[in-house]
Design a protein around this ligand. Structure first.
Ligand SMILES: Cc1cc2nc3c(=O)[nH]c(=O)nc-3n(C[C@H](O)[C@H](O)[C@H](O)COP(=O)(O)OP(=O)(O)OC[C@H]3O[C@@H](n4cnc5c(N)ncnc54)[C@H](O)[C@@H]3O)c2cc1C
Length: 171
């Protein structure tokens, strides 16, 4: 599918590309220059004395990173319960904890790399259309709340058609 990214359209397509045409010695080689590779390289260079090389097959941030919708949201799309079955509760809570903590890492990268691209912070509101979605969210919130992770409230109108179906424990 043709995907014309507005972000990539703004970049100078003739940026210098340094080809890797000989062997190099390094401590760490990060493969892939998307947000994952770039931030890994950034924090390795910042927090260690290791020599770091970032290798990219095409151009930096021209993969999924250059094609995204531009929203930075701390959320994992896979249901919490489902991940707990595979990885265990402790590991999933740790993942969420680190996900929420990543806001600070993002601010750190933007400030220290003097990135000019503005990042606007807003409070979002999420709507639900089915009982299943609400129950899933409340279940996740309950586990996170018990684990000391902060979560926003979920408001449910008493006029919701399936209000009666919500089990007492969820209310
Ligand atoms: C259309 C779309 C919309 C999205 N919207 C959002 C959004 O609004 N918010 C959000 O948070 N996320 C969004 N995402 C998801 C987000 O963009 C990705 O999860 C994220 O960019 C992945 O980053 P990455 O570094 O893991 O991968 P990529 O950005 O894909 O980086 C991987 C890089 O590795 C390189 N590579 C691969 N193999 C090799 C190799 N062997 N040698 C050298 N280099 C190699 C590739 O060329 C590529 O540049 C969206 C994704 C898409 C596609």
């Amino acid at each position: 599918m043709q995907n014309d990214s507005p972000w990539l359209k703004q970049l100078n397509e003739s940026r210098v590309i340094t080809e890797l045409n000989s062997d190099l010695e390094t401590d760490v080689c990060v493969v892939g220059g998307g947000i994952a590779g770039a931030s890994t390289a950034f924090f390795l260079m910042k927090n260690t004395k290791k020599k770091v090389i970032l290798i990219e097959a095409g151009k930096i941030a021209h993969g999924a990173t250059g094609h995204n919708a531009g929203q930075v949201i701390a959320h994992i799309e896979r249901p919490f319960d489902d991940m707990v079955k595979e990885f265990g509760e402790k590991m999933v809570i740790k993942a969420y904890d680190q996900l929420y903590g990543a806001w600070d890492l993002l601010d750190e990268m933007i400030a220290e790399a003097k990135i000019q691209t503005p990042l606007y912070k807003t409070t979002g509101t999420c709507g639900y259309t089915s009982l299943e979605e609400i129950v899933e969210t409340i279940k996740t919130n309950a586990i996170e709340y018990q684990s000391g992770l902060n979560r926003e409230m979920v408001f449910i109108s008493e006029k919701t058609p399936f209000f009666e179906e919500l089990q007492k424990k969820y209310l």
